[in-house]
Design a protein around this ligand. Sequence first.
Ligand code: F3S
Length: 408
Amino acid sequence: MALKLTAYEQEMLDGKHGEAKQLAMKIMVKIGEPLGAEEMVEVVSVQAMAHFGSLHIAGRDYLGRLACMGGKCCVPTTQDPASIPFDTWEEMGYDKEYAENQMKLCDSIMKLGEYHAWSCTPYVQGSVPRLGQNVAWAESSAVSYANSVLGARTNRTPAGLAVCAALTGRIPKFGLYFPENRKAQVKVNVDAGPLSDLDYNTIGIIIGKRVGNYIPAIYGIPASATNDNLKYLGACAASSGSVALWHAVGVTPEALYGDPFEGREPINEFTITRDMLTETEKSLCTKNPGEIDLYVTGCPHSSTQEVTKLAHLMEGRRVKEGKDMWIFTTAETNNMLKRSGVIQKMEAAGVRMMVQTCLVISPLVGNGKYKTLITDSGKNASYLPSEHGIELVYASMEDCVAAVTEAV
Ligand code: F3S
């Protein structure tokens, strides 16, 4: 069935509002029709992608072409972390050609009018859609947070489509844009006693593996769970499975009141116990804790609260000779904590702040320098061993800090 367009959308498709909008509309109509979309929805924000590690030459040239055509974002648009740290790539030994390709992508998104955000946590950078608002976000952890914690509506938008949505403010209406497609399907009970920060990661890993792309309703998450706890739960469920929306009963907005199944029977039900959490933690380690080269944290990007907690753990300690500790975060968190001197203290103790970038989509490990890393991020644990051929230990933030630092 042909997509029904409004008069303005038809004008964009006919080229009356410029070449870039026309190309964007053509792409969306071509993709939307086979997906069964009958119309477009207006979106209030876009989380796009512009990292060379995933977009490669084809993506670089695609964004470059839209920029040369004079394309301009018409809704607030942010983008995922870059594949290099912009300020320190040279001293860290990135390949020059690789870095130049990332810079070209950076030039293009600036011309297109995207914000210089470079983070997978746009919701801590001011991009905060309200309950029920439609957005077009890419990057699975951001999508999970937007849908589940904020109650906004988005599918897992492919990178090529997200920029089209940014240029037109529209996206084909299908999937999670329909309220009836947002009801819970699988019932998950959490019965594991008090939950640590690491537990939220592990719960997400178990849920993703068990439910795939179904929508779980999770019972047993306390209302005191922090936004960071929910960020990790969602990021992990999205990476070990492909969960784009989950409900925590009594916690997340679409499951605060009433029945998240709306009277329908769950298609499956299971309980997460303390034993399951312990067993899953062990299974995420590719080797036993021992000689560790590097601690990485901040996947998704560390919040101000998390970096502050790390700073407290680092008090009276420094990174051991021959080991490294990297914190991945936003420019905003880094700048805020610089103003209070926190970052300077950690850097003096040997910590490296990795700003606006991401280890998974960067060639930084896997080059032989590091053999074993330790992390408190379940998403890092899901991806890094296979993506970068490295041994990995999964542990709490406290254990990670202890593994690579010593008292001074
Ligand atoms: Fe963010 Fe990269 Fe992890 S985009 S969620 S830091 S894989």
